[in-house]
Design a protein around this ligand. Structure first.
Ligand code: HEC
Length: 153
């Protein structure tokens, strides 16, 4: 049966890829598969954030800021799609049950981070590096606000 499920998943992925690439995992994915994908997305978000932090610390804009901020923005916009019903437990997840019991609050937190990363892209295209640093801080605050309410330590 495992083979059949894999084949079905592969077929779905083949047809649904453009959409799933934007919105998250394919509907056929199991809870644990979704959790693995969402953790990988967050892990990459963390790496990008660290890379930007290093550049901010060094005190001068670099050519990587454009691609980094765009990828960050694209990945934070996928967050909400990685928390379907059925992905509450397993896979070492640190997601809190409040994500599902307070979906409006969680959706607000996902909308907030996308606002901040949108501003971060704009700041990366500007010539005021101090303003970029301030916007990086505001972005980090939006990460932390969600973690405080919706992620276990
Ligand atoms: C809307 C809520 C929300 C926002 C916004 C958010 N996170 Fe998270 N983050 C979570 C949750 C929930 C988890 C735990 C996911 C799990 O374990 O299934 C997590 C996990 C992580 C992880 C651990 C990934 C792993 O290895 O398992 C990192 C790193 C991370 N987030 C970084 C960030 C950064 C950096 C930002 C801001 C750019 C951010 N997050 C924004 C909710 C959020």
């Amino acid at each position: 049966m495992k083979f059949i499920r894999l084949a079905v998943t592969a077929a779905l992925l083949a047809t649904a890829l453009p959409l799933s690439a934007l919105t998250g995992p394919a509907a056929a994915a199991t809870g644990e598969e979704v959790i693995a994908e969402r953790r990988a997305n967050f892990k990459r978000i963390g790496e990008i954030s660290d890379a930007i932090k290093t550049i901010v610390g060094a005190g001068a804009a670099t050519a990587e800021l454009g691609p980094l901020t765009r990828e960050l923005d694209e990945r934070v916009k996928r967050i909400s799609g990685f928390f379907p019903t059925g992905s509450e437990t397993g896979g070492g997840t640190k997601a809190r049950t409040e994500i599902w019991s307070d979906r409006d609050g969680f959706n607000k937190a996902t909308a907030n981070i996308a606002i901040e990363t949108g501003k971060l892209i704009t700041a990366a295209g500007g010539s005021d590096f101090a303003a970029f640093g301030d916007q990086y801080k505001a972005t980090g605050a939006a990460c932390g606000a969600c973690h405080r309410n919706y992620r276990n330590r």
